[in-house]
Unconditional design. Sequence first.
Length: 91
Amino acid sequence: MTDERYKEICWEVHRRLNLWLDHCTFKEMTVDYSRMRFHMAIGLGGYPFAKESWMNENDFNAFVNNDEFYHPVCDAIIDSFFDELLKNEDE
Protein backbone atom coordinates (compact mmCIF):
# COMPACT_ATOMS: atom_id res chain seq x y z
CA MET A 1 0.00 0.00 0.00
CA THR A 2 1.40 3.35 -0.99
CA ASP A 3 1.66 6.25 1.41
CA GLU A 4 -0.87 8.16 -0.69
CA ARG A 5 -3.40 5.31 -0.51
CA TYR A 6 -2.82 5.00 3.24
CA LYS A 7 -3.70 8.69 3.63
CA GLU A 8 -6.79 8.30 1.42
CA ILE A 9 -8.05 5.44 3.57
CA CYS A 10 -7.39 7.38 6.79
CA TRP A 11 -9.26 10.38 5.41
CA GLU A 12 -12.22 8.22 4.35
CA VAL A 13 -12.43 6.52 7.76
CA HIS A 14 -12.39 9.97 9.38
CA ARG A 15 -15.11 11.24 7.01
CA ARG A 16 -17.35 8.24 7.64
CA LEU A 17 -16.79 8.45 11.36
CA ASN A 18 -17.82 12.10 11.38
CA LEU A 19 -21.02 11.22 9.52
CA TRP A 20 -21.86 8.64 12.15
CA LEU A 21 -21.07 10.90 15.07
CA ASP A 22 -23.24 13.65 13.59
CA HIS A 23 -26.19 11.27 14.01
CA CYS A 24 -25.50 9.22 17.14
CA THR A 25 -23.06 8.65 19.96
CA PHE A 26 -19.96 6.47 19.76
CA LYS A 27 -21.66 4.03 22.14
CA GLU A 28 -24.73 3.79 19.88
CA MET A 29 -22.63 3.51 16.73
CA THR A 30 -20.64 0.61 18.15
CA VAL A 31 -23.58 -1.10 19.88
CA ASP A 32 -22.03 -0.70 23.34
CA TYR A 33 -18.39 -0.39 22.25
CA SER A 34 -18.04 -3.43 20.01
CA ARG A 35 -14.85 -3.21 17.95
CA MET A 36 -16.36 -5.54 15.35
CA ARG A 37 -19.47 -3.39 15.05
CA PHE A 38 -17.23 -0.31 14.67
CA HIS A 39 -15.42 -1.95 11.76
CA MET A 40 -18.75 -2.84 10.15
CA ALA A 41 -20.16 0.66 10.73
CA ILE A 42 -17.19 2.27 9.00
CA GLY A 43 -17.85 -0.11 6.12
CA LEU A 44 -14.68 0.26 4.07
CA GLY A 45 -15.65 -2.91 2.24
CA GLY A 46 -19.25 -1.70 2.07
CA TYR A 47 -21.77 -1.22 4.87
CA PRO A 48 -23.12 -4.76 5.51
CA PHE A 49 -26.57 -3.76 6.81
CA ALA A 50 -29.59 -1.88 5.51
CA LYS A 51 -28.49 1.74 5.39
CA GLU A 52 -29.47 4.02 8.22
CA SER A 53 -32.23 6.53 7.44
CA TRP A 54 -29.71 9.38 7.43
CA MET A 55 -27.36 7.70 4.93
CA ASN A 56 -27.47 8.67 1.26
CA GLU A 57 -27.58 5.78 -1.19
CA ASN A 58 -23.95 6.49 -2.15
CA ASP A 59 -22.73 6.68 1.46
CA PHE A 60 -20.74 3.81 2.93
CA ASN A 61 -20.23 1.92 -0.31
CA ALA A 62 -17.02 -0.08 -0.68
CA PHE A 63 -13.97 2.17 -0.64
CA VAL A 64 -11.19 -0.43 -0.57
CA ASN A 65 -10.54 -3.45 -2.75
CA ASN A 66 -10.28 -6.97 -1.31
CA ASP A 67 -6.48 -6.88 -1.01
CA GLU A 68 -6.67 -3.63 0.97
CA PHE A 69 -9.63 -4.82 3.05
CA TYR A 70 -7.75 -7.91 4.25
CA HIS A 71 -4.44 -6.10 4.71
CA PRO A 72 -3.48 -5.64 8.39
CA VAL A 73 -2.81 -1.93 7.77
CA CYS A 74 -6.50 -1.40 7.06
CA ASP A 75 -7.41 -2.95 10.41
CA ALA A 76 -4.73 -0.88 12.13
CA ILE A 77 -6.17 2.34 10.67
CA ILE A 78 -9.69 1.57 11.87
CA ASP A 79 -8.47 0.27 15.23
CA SER A 80 -6.50 3.45 15.89
CA PHE A 81 -9.69 5.53 15.46
CA PHE A 82 -11.62 3.11 17.69
CA ASP A 83 -8.94 3.17 20.39
CA GLU A 84 -8.83 6.96 20.41
CA LEU A 85 -12.60 7.29 20.70
CA LEU A 86 -12.76 4.63 23.41
CA LYS A 87 -10.03 6.43 25.34
CA ASN A 88 -12.04 9.65 25.12
CA GLU A 89 -15.12 7.84 26.47
CA ASP A 90 -13.15 6.84 29.57
CA GLU A 91 -12.07 10.40 30.30
